[in-house]
Design a protein around this ligand. Structure first.
Ligand SMILES: NC(=O)C1=CN([C@@H]2O[C@H](COP(=O)(O)OP(=O)(O)OC[C@H]3O[C@@H](n4cnc5c(N)ncnc54)[C@H](OP(=O)(O)O)[C@@H]3O)[C@@H](O)[C@H]2O)C=CC1
Ligand SMILES: O=C(O)CCC(=O)C(=O)O
Length: 481
């Protein structure tokens, strides 16, 4: 099996380290590929390539930059089967989800390709009647893109596409777990004919390549999605040297089931929000806040629906939930389940590693429900990133809103209710960047701003037009004859 090479200055390159790592399928530990554990020299070479390419790239018309993104979108779409299958093998997401994500990547590329033709500033009346004042935007320069393994196509693309269209050049450091899929995205960009050095990829340890990017004096901006701890470290290091940074981190997303909720829809939204992608989404539902009067009926319906969850290899037709992405991730989820029991929450569904038949060595965890969860418990406060939900009961809607906000995170929050006053109060009171009414907590549209409040992000937003705020600086221009 060929080693996944780096992409530097328009070429695929072997790392100077010579070290490699096997990437394995979390279903059966079969080898999916081999990636390079690159070193600082490789990183420096990639940053130099991006640095040398930035002037010419910035000078191209936006429409011309966009034409490369349109081509990359077409190539991503043409290769959807191959890319999606690799993604499923690398991190376990089901094939339909992986295909959907790849197609979403193509749609994101097309959206940002169009940005090359849209306005870049405003005319602002000056107090001097003889002057012309307006704003325009300048790219940052070289941008470092550091991404996680849970959306191996969508997240890299929603960072790389706006970075490029607004005139930046990029060094991309993908998650080690999904670096083979990342290579397939890079193939699409390279086949699209991007000029040399505009987009580079270096694989390798986060502590070396990721950290090296963050600290590199020629990297003007860092965009990151991943864990809270890593994100905060990146923010501090970037701030210390004056680089711009954007962090998308965790969530502890609540769904509120009000007394008047349509319970069938609420169950469907809870199951989909909590267990799709094996709960490995920052927008996944992890706390279910339920009015005591409908709790019993909701729980019955929830358990009935959960019995239909078909676990297995995401490549197989009909499988609805795959494994955790890695052994470390599975162990982390199982440790949280133990913690929940120790804390006194009541395990009412699942709670074990799932080892059925041919899947005995897979990194699977049963869909799991804890009841009688208290808000101070670690399982109600920390991101588990697996198929685990905690149920908390409330007596009135104000109490539900307080519980929803009783966490350091503030990414997504949802409510199921038919009462318009409850909806409006929820929209106003909940501390979350994504507020969802009668819809699951997960679900992100590429043309809308995405990001969270409190510790979920660095108070910035990605996607849609919001991406422009990170990837450019505003220039206010005053012209007088
Ligand atoms: N918000 C989200 O969408 C995500 C949240 N998570 C949370 O994080 C937990 C752990 O997952 P994990 O993959 O370890 O997440 P990390 O935050 O450690 O990894 C995310 C990315 O950052 C890189 N990285 C790691 N250390 C550094 C560093 N010091 N400087 C710069 N970049 C670095 C990683 O590289 P490498 O892969 O080589 O380590 C990867 O590319 C999960 O259980 C989950 O709770 C995880 C993924 C996504
Ligand atoms: O829900 C989504 O589509 C995106 C979620 C996300 O950004 C994440 O989990 O990192």
């Amino acid at each position: 099996m060929a080693v996944q090479l780096n992409y530097i200055a328009g070429e695929q390159k072997a790392s100077r380290s010579g070290d490699t790592k096997e990437v394995v399928n979390p279903v059966n530990q079969q080898t999916v590929g081999e990636i390079q554990l690159s070193n600082e020299q490789d990183l420096n070479e990639a940053v130099e390539a991006a640095w040398n390419a930035k002037k010419a790239w910035k000078k191209l018309a936006g429409a011309e930059r966009g034409s490369y993104l349109y081509k990359a979108a077409d190539l991503l779409e043409q290769n959807v089967d191959n890319i999606a299958e690799t993604m499923t093998k690398e991190m376990g997401k089901t094939l339909p989800e992986a295909k959907g994500e790849t197609m979403r990547g193509a749609a994101i590329l097309r959206y940002y390709a169009g940005e090359g033709m849209r306005k870049t500033g405003d005319v602002i009346p000056s107090t001097d009647s003889g002057a012309f004042m307006y704003t325009t935007r300048a790219p940052l320069g070289v941008v470092g893109v550091i991404t996680p393994w849970n959306f191996p196509v969508a997240i890299p693309v929603w960072k790389i596409a706006p970075a490029l269209i607004y005139g930046n050049t990029v060094v991309f450091k993908p998650a080690t777990e999904t670096a083979v899929t990342a290579g397939k995205i890079m193939d699409c960009f390279y086949e699209a004919g991007l000029p040399e050095g505009v987009l580079n990829m270096v694989t390798g340890p986060g502590s070396v390549i990721g950290q090296g990017l963050v600290e590199h004096p020629k990297v003007a901006g860092i965009t990151f999605t991943g864990s809270d701890t890593t994100g905060k470290g990146i923010g501090q290091a970037a701030f210390a040297r004056g680089a711009k940074y954007q962090l998308e981190m965790g969530g502890k997303n609540p769904v509120i089931i009000a007394a008047d909720a349509d319970l069938d829809k609420a169950v469907e939204g809870t199951v989909s929000g909590a267990f799709r992608s094996t709960g490995q989404k920052c927008t996944a539902t992890s706390r279910v806040l339920i009015h005591s009067s409908v709790k019993e009926a909701f729980m019955q319906k929830l358990f009935t629906r959960m019995k239909d969850i078909n676990i297995g290899d995401g490549l197989q037709e009909g499988v609805w939930m795959g494994p955790c992405a890695s052994e470390a991730q599975m162990n982390s989820v199982l440790a949280y389940i133990e913690k929940g029991k120790e804390e006194g929450a009541k395990l009412v569904y699942g709670g074990n590693r799932w080892t059925s038949g041919e899947y005995k060595d897979g990194y699977f965890v049963e869909p799991t429900v804890f009841d009688e969860v208290k808000s101070h418990m670690a399982i109600a406060q920390e991101e588990i990133f697996g198929p685990v939900i905690g149920v908390l009961t409330f007596e009135n809607i104000e109490e539900a809103f307080e519980l929803a906000n009783d966490t350091n995170f503030g990414l997504s929050a949802s409510i199921y209710t038919q009462n318009i006053s409850s909806m409006l109060q929820f929209i106003e009171d909940v501390d979350a960047g994504l507020v969802r009414i009668n819809a699951e907590t997960a679900g992100v549209e590429l043309q809308a701003p995405f990001g969270g409040m409190k510790d979920s992000s660095s108070h910035s937003r990605e996607q849609g037009e919001a991406a422009k705020e990170f990837f450019t600086s505003i220039k206010t221009v005053f012209v007088k004859g």
